[in-house]
Design a protein around this ligand. Structure first.
Ligand SMILES: Cc1ncc(C[n+]2csc(CCOP(=O)(O)OP(=O)(O)O)c2C)c(N)n1
Ligand code: SF4
Length: 284
């Protein structure tokens, strides 16, 4: 029987009041409820405040280059499908620097879960705007206002038939919805993306905890996440009211990708040079 303390990692160095704490805590609770012990779990990240999460949670962990959590996660999963692999990103990291990797992770549909800590700002480096910042918003780095349109990550993912697309809020009322979404995303047998709205107390003075709290509302009971057209339409809602929940869950299986679950993980396979030579000869 697992408990919260089994996942205790380093002491977080986030600002008091940062939404990252709620994400970390709810992830730990989700892992306890899924009975997923830390030796079966790997979390990778790129860079950013979000990227510190794997250090604050006891599991196999790796932090790579900015925006590169997904290729690392894919490599890990291909080498050892026995592991549950999570990738953590920020809105700058995952939707900006790593935006191309997101598109191709959706296409490949490996069994990975991507958590995007979306605070609509690049927190670690002092509050530059990100792809999800409101157009025109002024920051210290962009005193003339954020250029360009605002990326809608959910609409993007649903348009590409991503198998599992959800949005959660790292705040109230109650954190149970965030925990439930995390559990379902981790259990989804394919690529799952969870966009998590999170306040940054130090650099985002516009999208505050209360800003999100006032607008966030759960998708109604009876909402059908298998209806892709409806999911696409609902993902366009952004403004005075922002829906949260599981927007889309594909019912048909995606194309077969990656190692078969009944195959011995790559890390346990013995390298056979003769077999490698035959394979190369067959294809070239
Ligand atoms: C290629 C590259 N560009 C820029 C940086 C500097 N950098 C590191 S973290 C970061 C911002 C991260 O912002 P975000 O992904 O939104 O995460 P947050 O800190 O808000 O969680 C930047 C610009 C870098 N390390 N590498
Ligand atoms: S700068 Fe923002 S995102 Fe980073 S720890 Fe502080 S509140 Fe959190």
């Amino acid at each position: 029987m697992l408990c919260f303390e089994d996942f205790e990692g380093e002491k977080p160095a986030w600002c008091p009041g940062c939404g990252n704490f709620a994400i970390l805590n709810m992830l730990k609770r989700a892992l306890v409820e899924l009975e997923l012990s830390s030796h079966r779990l790997a979390i990778v990240s790129g860079l950013g405040q979000n990227g510190k999460l794997p250090h604050y949670l006891k599991c196999h962990a790796f932090s790579g280059l900015h925006g590169r959590a997904l290729p690392l996660a894919a490599g890990l999963k291909l080498a050892n499908q026995g592991l549950t692999v999570l990738a953590v990103a920020g809105d700058g990291d995952g939707y900006g620097h790593g935006g191309n990797h997101l598109i191709h992770a959706i296409r490949r549909d490996l069994d990975l879960t991507l958590l995007v800590h979306n605070n609509q700002i690049q927190g670690l480096t002092g509050g530059q705007t990100s792809p999800t910042s409101r157009p025109g918003v002024r920051t210290r780095a962009q005193p003339l206002g954020s250029p360009g349109a605002q990326l809608n990550p959910l609409t993007l993912a649903i348009s590409q038939d991503c198998g599992f697309v959800a949005r959660a809020f790292a705040g109230g009322p109650g954190l149970a919805p965030l925990k439930e979404i995390l559990k379902q995303a981790i259990n989804h047998p394919g690529f799952a993306m969870v966009d998590i709205l999170q306040n940054c107390v130090s650099f985002n003075r516009e999208n505050t905890f209360h800003w999100y709290k006032e607008r966030n509302y759960p998708l109604e009971a009876g909402y059908d996440p298998s209806d892709r057209i409806q999911a696409f339409a609902r993902s366009l809602e952004w403004g005075d009211r922002i829906p949260t929940g599981i927007f889309y869950r594909r019912t048909q299986k995606g194309p077969e990708q990656g190692p078969k679950p009944d195959r011995e993980p790559l890390i346990h396979q013995v390298f056979d040079p003769e077999k490698a030579r035959r394979t190369i000869a067959e294809f070239y």
